[in-house]
Design a protein around this ligand. Structure first.
Ligand SMILES: Nc1nc2c(c(=O)[nH]1)N[C@H]1C(S)=C(S)[C@@H](COP(=O)(O)O)O[C@H]1N2
Ligand SMILES: [Mo]
Length: 336
């Protein structure tokens, strides 16, 4: 496979790139003809990965960046969260319940070979192996905001493809009202699954669900990379979901199974603390978490967790135009 630079996400703070530099580098590489032929490498922020490395790597199956999706929020500047923060401040309870633990405890996580099964109420169930994850669907880059329940948020350049593409290939039938996702269960590799305290008391495997129309929405992304490289293990390698208008916990990581089901499925955080976490989990500044306000958030940028980075949270995380219609007539206080 392309991109075998497992250490490239272990960046120092001085390696970080903000949006301006990032876009500039894209333009440069595009003019040199690199984006398209080896899009994933094209804007590595690792100082070590220069043009020489681009030639060295032999892209057998080129990654295709089909278009750049850039959604501007009306009130918030789109400064990208530095790669070093995206890959060191994580929630991935299989590798520990503290934000710093996944980056440390997931380093040996083996993601190849991998098998993702698509099944349930559909006419064409199928499986994808590791390489298929990168080659079966056109990859594109999308800059999405992701807001965690704990009120921090990031802006991340993801690489992936619409979940709808993967689902349509399976030909779901009329009983497919919901989609269930399941993370790998492998206590040998995931210490949080072996040690209940480390794993935050969750009953594994981690599961999530979406209504079929949410799953089919063009914004809903299956991500296989970020910042122009394959996903680091702590961010959900080799493939994870990104649902940008919902709280972070819906964006399930390291997925091995996707299933079409008839009835609303259970999801991990709702099972654990139903009073605090619902099925829908739409970002909504008007509906507070029982223990804190959801009206504002801390955007993680180069400056870190500084008070001046506190900004107002937008309805549906700023994606109302695309998704508000999905919830027309629903009481969002009840369906939190
Ligand atoms: N399997 C699994 N997926 C998961 C989690 C987890 O603990 N296990 N945490 C969720 C939560 S709470 C958040 S905020 C996001 C964090 O994604 P990031 O670390 O890539 O920013 O992953 C989500 N996906
Ligand atoms: Mo979260």
């Amino acid at each position: 496979m392309l991109i075998k630079s497992p250490k490239s996400y272990q960046l120092k703070d001085h390696d970080v790139t903000d949006e301006t530099v990032y876009q500039g580098r894209r333009t440069l590489l595009k003019s040199l003809g690199f984006i398209g032929a080896s899009g994933l490498l094209a804007h590595s922020t690792n100082a070590q990965a220069g043009l020489f490395d681009l030639f060295k790597k032999d892209p057998v199956k080129p990654f295709k960046v089909t278009h750049l999706h850039y959604k501007k929020a009306s009130e918030t500047p789109q400064i990208l969260t530095p790669e070093a923060k995206v890959t060191s401040h994580n929630n991935f309870y299989e590798f520990g319940a503290q934000k710093s633990q996944p980056a440390q405890l997931a380093q040996q996580f083996k993601v190849d070979p991998w098998q993702l099964t698509i099944s349930g109420h559909c006419n064409n169930p199928y499986q994808l192996d590791y390489d298929d994850l990168f080659t079966s669907f056109d990859l594109e880059e999308r800059i999405y905001r992701l807001r965690c329940v704990e009120t921090w948020s990031m802006v991340i350049p993801w690489l992936g493809f619409p979940l709808a593409k993967l689902l349509q290939k399976a030909q779901p039938n009329s009983r497919a009202n919901y989609v269930v996702f399941e993370t790998l269960y492998d206590p040998q590799q995931m210490p949080g699954q072996k040690n209940r305290r480390l794993g935050g008391g969750i009953s594994y495997p981690y599961v999530e669900g979406l209504r079929i129309d949410e799953a089919m929405n063009p914004l809903t992304l299956m991500s296989v990379g970020l910042y122009g490289k394959t996903l680091p293990p702590q961010n959900g390698a080799p493939i994870r979901l990104v649902v940008p208008w919902k709280y972070g916990f819906k964006s399930i990581k390291s997925i091995v199974a996707i299933k079409f089901v008839e009835h609303q499925p259970a999801n991990t955080w709702n099972i654990l603390i139903p009073r605090e976490y619902g099925f829908y989990a739409n970002v909504n500044p008007q509906v507070d978490h029982p223990r804190w306000s959801q009206a504002s958030e801390r955007r993680l940028t180069t400056g870190g967790l500084l008070a001046r980075n506190r900004i107002k949270t937008l309805m549906f995380n700023g994606y109302s135009e695309e998704v508000a219609g999905l919830y027309k007539g629903m009481n969002l206080h009840k369906y939190y």
